[in-house]
Design a protein. Structure first.
Length: 161
């Protein structure tokens, strides 16, 4: 069975962001999202107008791969970065928490994430969605690169041809 671990992260996040944008009405950027930075370590707002969906997809992927519940504080650390301070050495800063919190609330409302007492975990629907998209990506990769068939199971190869 193909899982999220078997496909490139950038392809999965891009495809999942497109899916969230077109098929999940609960996930949509608030009005302030076009004007806000993603953290104090950033100098400007994101260039991509669909950054909200990309961040939501990245959060879903991280929840899928996590072995324990993740909270907003953990995601702030994950999406943090180095703040440039001129001639002084750069220091690490956490990412902004508001956008992460809102995205998690939207994913929870959509039924892709559920809340526990120690954070949030991916729901069964969310896991099913990511596995389905991972399989589609893997099939596309098999069509583009037939030499990858040695990594696929025989039943998967039969369904792609």
């Amino acid at each position: 069975m193909v899982t999220v671990k078997d496909v490139p992260a950038d392809m999965l996040i891009r495809k999942l962001a497109e899916y969230l944008k077109s098929n999940v009405p609960a996930v949509k950027p608030p009005s302030w999202a076009l004007f806000s930075k993603t953290g104090s370590h950033r100098e400007r707002v994101p260039d991509d107008p669909d950054w909200w969906y990309m961040r939501a997809a990245a959060i879903l992927r991280k929840l899928y791969l996590a072995e324990e519940p993740l909270g907003v504080g953990t995601f702030r650390t994950i999406f943090g970065g180095l703040k440039r301070r001129g001639s002084a050495p750069p220091h690490f800063r956490k990412g902004g928490g508001s956008n992460i919190r809102k995205i998690l609330q939207q994913l929870e409302k959509a039924g892709l994430v559920r809340k526990t007492d120690k954070g949030r975990v991916i729901s069964d629907d969310g896991r099913r969605l990511l596995d389905t998209l991972a399989l589609e990506i893997f099939k596309d990769l098999l069509k583009a690169n037939p030499e990858l068939s040695k990594y696929a199971s025989k039943s998967l190869i039969a369904t792609t041809s």
